[in-house]
Design a protein around this ligand. Structure first.
Ligand code: PDD
Length: 297
C-alpha cells in the first residue's frame, strides 16, 4: 500500500470527514457519495503560513458562491468551519502547508437528478505540507508553460471537483517539458492555467489578465493581487490576450494559492524575453505577500 494511503497513518496526518477527525489513511466517504459517482461537489485550497490560512475570507466567499451556484447547502456555518480549519492545522502540526476543503452534495442513490430530499453534504478537510524548496526553485528560475486547447465546460467560474480536462492538459504540458498548461479557447485567447490564473506584462509595463466570466475561475490570489496593484497604482488591465501576444510579452506569470506570481520564462519551449524572471513579477509577488501577510515570500 502507498505510504500516504497506509492505515498506519504517516506521522499522524489527520483528515476531517463529516464531524470526525481521523487518521488520514482511515478517513473515507460512502461509495454512493455523489462526488465519487457524478463529480457533484466543489473544493477550495488555501495556503497556510505560520499556522494561519491565507486569504481565508475570500476563499470562504468563493466556496459559498460555488455551493450556491450548484444548490448545495453549506455543511456548517462559516465560524464553525473556521474552527475546524484551525483544528486541522493544529492536529496535523503543519504550520506551513496546504489545506484542502471539499464539499459534495452527499451520499444518495445514484441518479443524475439531485435528490429532492437533499442528503447531508459531505465535508472533507485534508492537509499536507508544501515542498517549499521546489516552490523556491520555481520562483527563482521561473517555469515553462505549454499551450493546450481548453476543452472544459461552460461554468469554469465554479470550483468543482470535476478536473479531468485540467488534469489532461497538465499531463500534456508535463510531457512537453513544461510545468503548467495554459488553456487556449477556440479563438486563440488564453483562458487560464490548468490550476492557476494567467498574466502577462506588455512592453509598456501594463499588467494584463483575463477578465472574469464563466470561462475562468475567479482566483483569490488574482483578486488580492489586483487590489495590491491598484493600491500601488500600477497599470493593470483585465482583458483577454492571445497566445501570440503572450509570446511577445515582456514578462508573464501564473498565480494561485499554491504559489503567488510564479514567473513564466518560456511558452511552448520558446524563451520569453531574455528567459529569466521579470522585475515586475517580483514586485507583484512582494506586493501580494505584504497584503496577504505571507512571510518569506
Ligand atoms: N487551483 N484557475 C484554476 C483553474 C484553478 O484551479 C486555480 C486554483 C486558480 C487559482 O485560484 P486561487 O488563486 O484561488 O488559488 C485558477 C488550486 C490551487 C488547485 O486546484 O489546487
Amino acid at each position: 500500500m502507498k505510504k500516504w494511503l497506509s492505515t498506519r497513518a504517516p506521522a499522524g496526518r489527520i483528515a476531517y470527514v463529516n464531524g470526525r477527525y481521523l487518521p488520514h489513511g482511515q478517513a473515507a466517504v460512502h461509495i454512493e457519495d455523489r462526488a465519487l459517482q457524478l463529480g457533484d461537489g466543489i473544493y477550495e485550497v488555501t495556503n497556510v503560513i505560520g499556522g494561519k490560512p491565507i486569504d481565508e475570507e475570500p476563499h470562504l466567499d468563493r466556496m459559498e458562491r460555488s455551493l450556491r451556484e450548484l444548490g448545495i447547502a453549506m455543511p456548517m456555518g462559516r465560524a464553525a468551519l473556521k474552527l475546524v480549519m484551525r483544528e486541522m492545522i493544529a492536529r496535523n502540526r503543519i504550520p506551513d502547508g496546504l489545506l484542502y476543503l471539499q464539499v459534495t452534495r452527499g451520499a444518495s442513490k445514484r441518479d443524475h437528478v439531485p435528490p429532492k430530499d437533499a442528503p447531508r453534504p459531505t465535508l472533507i478537510l485534508t492537509m499536507r505540507s508544501q515542498d517549499l524548496a521546489a516552490l523556491a526553485a520555481r520562483l527563482d528560475k521561473g517555469i515553462g508553460v505549454s499551450t493546450q486547447p481548453d476543452i472544459r465546460w461552460g461554468r469554469c467560474d465554479i470550483k468543482t471537483v470535476q478536473l479531468l480536462p485540467n488534469l489532461l492538459a497538465k499531463q500534456a504540458a508535463k510531457a512537453a517539458g513544461a510545468f503548467e498548461a495554459w488553456l487556449v479557447d477556440d479563438d486563440g485567447y488564453v483562458t487560464e492555467g490548468s490550476s492557476t490564473n494567467a498574466w502577462i506584462v506588455d512592453e509598456g509595463g501594463t499588467v494584463i489578465t483575463r477578465d472574469l466570466s464563466n470561462a475562468i475561475l475567479p482566483g483569490v490570489t488574482r483578486l488580492i493581487m489586483l487590489e495590491a496593484m491598484a493600491e500601488a497604482q500600477m497599470k493593470v488591465v483585465e482583458r483577454k490576450f492571445t497566445v501570440a501576444e503572450a509570446r511577445k510579452a515582456r514578462e508573464a506569470f501564473i498565480s494561485s494559492a499554491t504559489g503567488a506570481a510564479v514567473p513564466v520564462v518560456s511558452i511552448d519551449g520558446q524563451k520569453l524575453g531574455d528567459g529569466v524572471p521579470g522585475a515586475l513579477t517580483r514586485r507583484i509577488r512582494d506586493l501580494y505577500a505584504a497584503k496577504a501577510g505571507l512571510k518569506n515570500a
